[in-house]
Every structure is written in structure tokens, then in C-alpha cells.
Design a protein around this ligand. Structure first.
Ligand code: C2E
Ligand code: MG
Ligand code: MG
Ligand code: MG
Length: 293
């Protein structure tokens, strides 16, 4: 209300510095509290739930896989979105056990869908790997253990890694990517176009898939520059023999534009929102929607 706004404006005007440091203080408290709650939840892994966002082949509408997206609900508190707690989990190193939990759950749930016969033969489950996980020297060992325990076939796995994670230490990144590839796991570059990876490196990375960031897709067809960039990125990816996934598709016009530019795969609210695994099972078995073909 107006009184409150006036009061706040005055308070800010009078003592900007104080206001700023109080904000920072609050943020710090938020950080520490989230870190404390994250630590607690590691002993209660049911606080973490894996949602799956379907990925379809754009020209056929066929389900070709899903991205695993973590959700966190500490007991007695509201759901906290990944953008708020993943950076803290990353900073504190807690992402390593949390990320292992995501991989294990995804393997278990996909293995179940393979057993029940609904998972398509070429379907992939894409899992986001953060920088700390990617540079963990035990990564490969832990992966082998999870695959053994869950009996999940390795070829269904795909890791999504961002450009900034890869550019952190290029030589190490190439080495780790090779090990991942040798196991039989595919690699996708996530949020492509938002980081600053050089095209020269793109050629050297053993990657299979390029995910065009949502920020380029969301203003199609209103932003001509974004349309040009998206079309160019798709064409370049194909020249490098990479498959392309467009993220964040929200409208039919975006689907049509991407299809006419030969983008193979798509994800976004227009197709489906992230959902729990039981809903994903129903999604996979649904009849194809005519508008998505
Ligand atoms: P991301 O990997 O780029 O995932 C895509 C994000 O875009 C997801 O947000 C998804 O819900 C959202 N999204 C998908 N389609 C649309 C759309 O049409 N419109 C809009 N507005 N948004 C869409 P979410 O689930 O909140 O995850 C945010 C980020 O958190 C992810 O970005 C990823 O970087 C990170 N994250 C999520 N789960 C994990 C995880 O298990 N491990 C790690 N390391 N990071 C994760
Ligand atoms: Mg991702
Ligand atoms: Mg992304
Ligand atoms: Mg993102």
C-alpha cells in the first residue's frame, strides 16, 4: 500500500548504506539456513523429489526422453526451487551427495519403466551435472556403483553440462568427458549460448547434443535477432554432427519455427511441464497430440 511504499522510500533515502547491509545480512541468513536444511535433508532423502520434463521429437511428437529436475521440500517448509538451493548446494559441496541421489533415483525410476515396457528403446534420461560433480575425482566410480546397484542400462543416461562448467578447465573437462563417453553415456551442452564457450572448443568436446537456451526461444517470433541466432545455432550444430534440443518452448509458433529450421527435439511448457515419475509414465503412454506433430 501507498503508506508502506512511502515509508520504505524514506527509509532508503535516509540511510542507504544501512538498508543495503541489512539486505545483505538477510541474504546471508537465508544462505546459512538453506545450507543447514540441506545438510539435514541429506539424511532424509525423501525431502528430494525428482520431476521429469518430457522431451519430444518435433516432427513426430514422439516421446524420446525426459530431463530429471530436482525438487526440494524440507519437512514443514515450502518447496524451494532449484535456482535458490542448487547454487548453495554447489558452493557448500553438498551437491555431490545430492547429485548422486538424483542419478540413483533417475536410474531406479527409468529401470522400472524399462521393466514395465513403456520406456522407448532409444529413450534417454537427461541428468544435470554441476561443476562440483563434474570435477569430482570419484564421479566415474560412483556412477559404476549406481549402475550396478540399480541394474539400469548405461545407454539411457545423458548428462547435461553447462558451458561454464566445461570452460573452467578445458583439458580436465575433455578428459572427464571422454571417460563418461567411454562408459556409454551421452553428453549434452546445457543452456547453450548463455556462457562464453569458444567455437574452437566446441569442436574438441566429445558431445552429442546441444541444448539451445530458453532465452533465445522465448521471444520467437517477436525478436528477429533471436530467430536468426537460433537458426544459426541449429545449422552450426548439425554441421558439427550434434543433435539439437530447444528448451523452453511455450507456443505453437515456436514449435513451427523450430521445425522449419530442422531442430530435432524440443522441451517446454507447451509440450509438458516437469512432473513426478508416475505422471511421466502416463505421459509416455498418452496418444500423440496432433498439434505437437
Ligand atoms: P536447466 O537444466 O536449464 O533446466 C530447465 C529449467 O527450465 C527447469 O527449471 C524447467 O522447469 C524450466 N523450463 C522448462 N520448460 C520451460 C518453459 O517452457 N518455460 C519456462 N519458463 N521454464 C521452463 P527448474 O526445474 O526450476 O531448474 C532450474 C535449474 O536448476 C536447471 O536449469 C538446472 O540448472 C538446475 N537443476 C535442476 N535440477 C538439477 C539437478 O538435479 N542437479 C543439478 N546440478 N542442477 C539441477
Ligand atoms: Mg538442464
Ligand atoms: Mg537448460
Ligand atoms: Mg538453466
Amino acid at each position: 500500500n501507498a503508506d508502506m511504499a512511502m515509508y520504505q522510500a524514506k527509509a532508503m533515502g535516509r540511510n542507504n548504506y544501512q538498508f543495503f547491509s541489512e539486505e545483505m545480512n538477510k541474504e546471508m541468513m537465508g544462505y546459512l539456513e538453506i545450507e543447514k536444511d540441506l545438510r539435514h535433508s541429506i539424511d532424509y532423502p525423501e525431502d528430494f523429489i525428482i520431476y521429469y520434463q518430457p522431451k519430444i521429437e518435433l516432427h513426430s511428437g514422439r516421446f524420446v526422453g525426459a530431463e530429471a529436475l530436482i525438487r526440494w521440500k524440507p519437512e514443514g517448509k515450502d518447496m524451494i526451487p532449484p535456482d535458490r538451493f542448487i547454487p548453495i548446494a554447489e558452493e557448500s559441496g553438498l551437491i555431490v551427495p545430492i547429485g548422486a541421489h538424483v542419478i540413483r533415483q533417475a536410474c531406479l525410476q527409468v529401470k522400472y519403466m524399462i521393466n514395465t515396457g513403456i520406456w522407448p528403446e532409444d529413450g534417454k534420461v537427461a541428468i544435470n551435472l554441476s561443476a562440483r560433480q563434474f570435477s569430482d575425482p570419484d564421479l566415474i566410480c560412483k556412477l559404476q556403483e549406481i549402475l550396478e546397484q540399480t541394474k539400469c542400462p548405461v545407454h539411457v543416461l545423458e548428462f547435461e553440462i553447462t558451458e561454464s562448467t566445461l570452460m573452467d578447465n578445458v583439458e580436465n573437462a575433455i578428459f572427464t568427458m571422454r571417460q563418461i563417453k567411454e562408459m556409454g553415456i551421452s553428453i549434452a551442452i546445457d543452456d547453450f549460448g548463455t556462457g562464453y564457450s569458444s567455437l574452437a572448443y566446441l569442436k574438441r568436446f566429445p558431445i552429442d547434443v546441444l541444448k539451445v537456451d530458453r532465452s533465445f526461444v522465448m521471444d520467437i517470433p517477436n525478436d528477429l535477432n533471436d530467430m536468426e541466432i537460433t537458426a544459426a545455432v541449429i545449422a552450426m550444430a548439425h554441421k558439427l554432427h550434434l543433435q539439437v534440443v530447444a528448451e523452453g518452448i511455450e507456443t505453437q509458433e515456436q514449435i513451427d519455427f523450430l521445425k522449419s529450421n530442422y531442430c530435432e527435439y524440443g522441451q517446454g511448457f507447451m509440450i509438458a511441464r516437469p512432473m513426478p515419475s508416475d505422471e511421466l509414465e502416463r505421459f509416455i503412454q498418452r496418444p500423440l497430440q496432433a498439434n505437437l506433430m
